[in-house]
Design a protein around this ligand. Structure first.
Ligand code: 5GP
Ligand code: ZN
Length: 114
């Protein structure tokens, strides 16, 4: 998607503070961190939102979470813990329409979310 911000990051057209890259996923620090550790893990392939997932995406979405857990470990968050968040749509406060997993950690996180 030529007009997608995260596709431009995947293409290297917009810089990012990368913490992980492999054939299918990219992880980079959020530009507006909401916690001491705030990293986004995205599939290289454009999927706009959770609402666009199909049965064929099950393996990719599973590996997105496995990759996120490995990135969280690499960030040193395993002992203290962390949170995964995937926002979807208006009420979910999704602002970038390219599927992404937030990893948040490094401080106690409130629950439930506001
Ligand atoms: P959403 O609100 O869609 O769940 O999350 C989008 C996230 O992308 C936000 O936390 C926002 O700070 C982050 N973000 C927006 N633009 C950029 C950017 O250009 N670079 C990086 N690294 N993060 C961005
Ligand atoms: Zn995209």
């Amino acid at each position: 998607m030529s007009d997608c911000l995260f596709c431009k990051i995947v293409a290297g057209e917009i810089p990012c503070d990368q913490v992980h890259a492999d054939d299918d996923f990219l992880a980079f620090r959020d530009i507006n961190p909401q916690a001491p550790a705030h990293v986004l893990v995205i599939p290289r392939r454009h999927i706009a939102a959770l609402t666009d997932l199909t049965d064929g995406d099950a393996d990719l979405v599973g590996r997105l979470h496995v990759t996120g857990a490995r990135v969280a470990a690499a960030l040193g968050l395993e002992e203290s813990g962390y949170r995964f968040v995937i926002n979807c749509g208006r009420d979910g406060c999704q602002t970038v329409p390219h599927l992404h997993l937030h990893i948040l950690g490094g401080r106690p996180l409130g629950w439930p979310p506001g």
